[in-house]
Design a protein. Sequence first.
Length: 448
Amino acid sequence: MSGKRFNRYSVKNMIQTASKLVVHFSSFCMGLPIAQPPNVQKISTPQSKLPFLPLSCCPNPYLSHHLAHSEPGMTLTAAQIAQIIGGTVEGDPNASVTRGAPIEVAQAGEFTFLDNSKYEEYVYSTQATVVLVLKQFQLAKPVTPTLIRTSDVRTSLAVLLKYIDGINNPNGSGISERASVHPEAKVGVGTEIGHFSVVEQGAVIGLNCKIYPQVFIGRNVRIGDNCTLYPGVRIHFDCEIGNDCILHANAVVGADGFGFAPQPDGTWTKIPQVGKVVLEDKVEIGASTCIDRASLGSTVIRSGAKLDNLIHIAHNVEVGHNAVIAAQVGVAGSTHLGNDVRVGGQVGFAGHLRIADGTQIQAQSGLASDIKKPGTAIFGSPAMGYRDFIKSHVVFKQLPDLQRKVLELEKKIAELENSRALSALPADSSSVALTKAEAKDKKSAAKR
């Protein structure tokens, strides 16, 4: 009887548990708040003494207002823009704008900029209301827009756009009720976490971060202050992100490195990748870029480095301070890129290379050997000195003509050598040689 009673009660408990799971799952799908289980430990320490807010202390407003991208609703005058960027107004200081646009297509009520002489013609035809230009820019004829002169147009534009972004996306504070944040995770004051994002056990997120919807933050991940993680970002266990970092949509940090050991039977045995990835401060990672965890130790992206979209960084790679890497670059395992390196799109690096500081690599180059001299500019596949490649490329394009000329020269040389050989013979030998040639010609004519 006791066995039957035990089984009956066990089935009853299982049914009750399953019912609760169905209710929780339905609430999750409908976006309703899910009650915390009774065994979640609450922290009673006063909030003012906590460097991080536990989940139970965070407000839970929906973040659609803060996280959704909306059209700019601000209006700025030329005088206000000049104050923001430290420029001077030339024209109507009350000219107002609501948004920015490229100089080729800008319309009334929009601001634009000119920092490249290639586009100078547009400053005379643009319909823009305000144009940012260099202080030393000289007008060839009068213009309609109000000009704002600045010592560095590109930097001034960055300051202005950051100001506008702050208006359009104000920092809030809260964790969406549709997010899943482990009770043992720590979330900094002022940090937002969007719908359906997951923060696992032991993760620590700093102050004033913005975590967009559907972001995954794995076990024991560390994220510094003022970071932005766009939708779909994946950060795997134990990885570290510094302060002021930006990770764009679907970037993956900490996936397994590509490590396999060949076996006698032709198969491959996976080598566990137990290291991590470290992004230092002020690093920006483009959309769908993948940075693999180290097999042992760390894959490191040093402070200030900027990586474009669709880049692959393999295990144990190190990217130096302030390096800039354009789209579709592939860096094989254990290669070290120096500080201030600039890499064009679709460049490929073999493994275990050392690339000197300040190296500049033209797009679609392929590197299979070290670059030891700092500041070297290279091009080609396999890569060579930039100037050498440009000179060689001139030759590459002319190879068919060069081949034709070489054949013609070889023919002329053969004729000259034959002529010299004949001139070196004695007179009677020469006449005999001619007689033989004439006889040969007559014989050929007879056959025809």
